[in-house]
Each structure stands twice: as C-alpha cells, then as structure tokens.
Design a protein. Sequence first.
Length: 443
Amino acid sequence: MLETYDKTTGMECGSELLKNQFLFDPAYRNLNHGSFGTYPRSVRDALRQSQDECEARPDAYIRYAYPKALDVAREAVASLVNAPVQTVVFVPNATTGINTVLRNITFAKGDIILYFATIYGACEKTVTHICETTAAESLKIDYTYPVSDDALCEAFEKAVSQVKAAGQNPRIAIFDTIVSLPGVRVPFERLISACRQHGILSLVDAAHGIGHIPFDLTQLDPDFLVSNCHKWLYTPRGCALLYVPERNQGLIRSTLPTSHGFVPLPTGGAPINNPLPPSTKSAFVVNFEFVGTVDNAPYTSLPAAVEFRKAITWQGKSGEDAIMSYTQDQARKAGKLVAKILNTEVLENAEGTLGNCNFANVKLPLDSTMLAGGETGKAVKIAQWIANKLVDEYSTFIAIIFHAGAWWVRLSAQVYLTMEDWEWAGNILKDVCERVSKGEASE
C-alpha cells in the first residue's frame, strides 16, 4: 500500500516517502525534471476531479464554475510571485506566452527585437517569423558560455548602442531567467533594470522560473514575463503564468488564438457576439479566461500543487524555502560528483553565478576533434546516440548539448533525488562515453 504523507509532519526532501508521492515507474530514474516536469498523486487527483466535474455538467462547469476555479488558481500563483492578481493569467506554456506578446506588438520600420544567443530555439524561430511578416528586424547578441554576468550585461549595452547609432529603435528585448541548454542562470534582474533605463520593453522567458528560484514580480517589475508552472511547480502540462502589469495590458489585445474575449477597435459596424456570460473583470483577464475549447484542468490544479509543496521539508525549513535550498544544494554537489567520476569539469564562470539554479552542466570526457572532426552535425548525432542509449538501455534520460566544442550533460536536481542517484548517473555516463570513444556511436 502506498504510504501517504501527513501534512502536519511533512515530507523530507530525498526521502522514500516523498519520492513515492510521484508516479514514476520503479525501473525508471527521472533525472531530467527540467524539461517537462512532473506532478505528484495529489495533483493528479485534483486534475481528474476538475475533469470529472466538467464532464458531469459541461455547460454549467465551463460557463460558470470554471471561471471561479480559475480565479482561485490565479490568486494562488499571484501570491507565490508577489504580483497583483489582476496582472496574472494562464497560457499553456512559455512558447505560447512569448508568441502572445510578440504577436500583439505593432512593429514599425526601424524597430529592433534584441535577443541573446542562448534563446530557446522555438522562441528564436518566433522572432524570425515576426521579422518575416512585420516591419521588425532583430539583433542577436552573441557569446559562448561561460561568461561573466558583467560581460553579458556589457554585451547588451553594446547592442543597444549599436542599434541607436544606426538610427533604429530597440523596441523589445527577450532574455531568460535560466537558459535551457546549457542550464545556467542569467542576470535577468540587471537586464530588466537596463531595459527600463533605455525605454525598452522587457520580455522575460522564465520557462525555468516559478518553483525553481524565488520571484518577486512587484519588485522586479518586468514589462512581460511568462513562466512554466509544469516544469518546477508540479502542475500538470501545460500550465504557465503570463504576467503583464496593468500599464502594458492595453498592448496585449488578443490571445493566441484570438477568441471571444478580443475587443475589436470601434469601426461603427455591428458588435461581434460573445456567447459567454458577461463579466465584471478586466478586459485583460476576461480575454484569457476562455481561449477556445481545451482542457483547462491543469490551470485549476495549481492550488493542489501549492498545497503539496507546503508539506515538503528539509533541515528545519518547509515549503518553497525547503525545496529551493535542497535542490540548489543538490545541483552543486551533483555537478562536482559527476565531474569527479568523469574526470572533467563543471561549466561555471569566475563569479560562480551560472550555477545559482537547479542545474549543473558537466563536460563529457570525449574528444570532439577525433569523434566529430569539428563538424557540428556529427557532434549532434553523437549526442542523440547517447540520449537514445540512456533511454533504451539505462531507463533514464539526461539532457545533452554540444557547446563550445564539447559535449555537456545538464543535471537537473529535484526533491525526490539523492546523491546516490547522481553517483549512479556519473557511472553510467562514464560507461556510455567509453562506448562512444570505441566507435559505437559511429556504427
């Protein structure tokens, strides 16, 4: 019988009790929480309850009960990030949020979208498409990790100066809180401030944000921020918060796709009928309340995830403090341990700021010149071969990237993992790398 947790005593990080609250196959080690996340049984139960309520009385739920349940979830997430509830809505994922913001901006000739070299691939493609279909142009800020926070911020300032010197307008800047691959923290606080000083709209891709690092959006005050709740907060996929302060809500006129909440500009024609019940909420909130017919249960499951997290403990701490302290400590120790097993190194800058998150990036002991001959295509195929072997033969997965002429693995710390898991990971990586060096990946 599954042992359930007692909210009064809590669940210690790294304990079997805590691990057993999740839904893993006993033969599988989930070492890559950072890509798609997962959620515990109690959140699964809340998800199914919302779905069951909807199917029991579809119209009554979707039209009347769901908006109220959604408000409860918005209040819960707003409290976590210290934001006014009227500034927070939900979208399915960070990519949708980035698209929603960019496709609502009206770009004029000379407007430039600034972004960084390590932007998430789908978001870079979004920028490319925006530049193909609007008057906007883009400027990528190039660099290779490891770089210092100062160097990254100086590169941003240089890009802004370059755009202005050309007589153009740096309209909006996109940057991460934590880069996906390699998994490193970005000085996003400084970049938000720099954007404010230059009059540039800041669009923060915090896909790795809520539940991962502390957030105070009232203090940070970005122009736009989107953060996946299903990665680190233990909500079902897909669920992401979109934060838009009231000063900018007039810019976000449409959801993606455009739905019933859209308010057309006055043209003198007949008004477009909205079949949903009238609401006294703001136009911004109503707009995102119903975006086509989809399963919105992941959104309404968020309060259950918040409650589950409150019961997690570590070294006298509880809730968010316990989770973030444990995972970031684990990431640092795991990186050192795996690097020692592989006799390599952890990706870090001189200040030690890249690793202030739940990731550690460890270099693999492989000779790229010998194995790939400097060809990126061959290097990527080798990374894919390693990833496939980890799934097929070792029942796990660890994200791999070819960066700066070497292969790196991104370790993803989590409350249900322990150092024993990372010792095991280091040894299987060593085994797989030996197989690559012997030529198996080229067969």
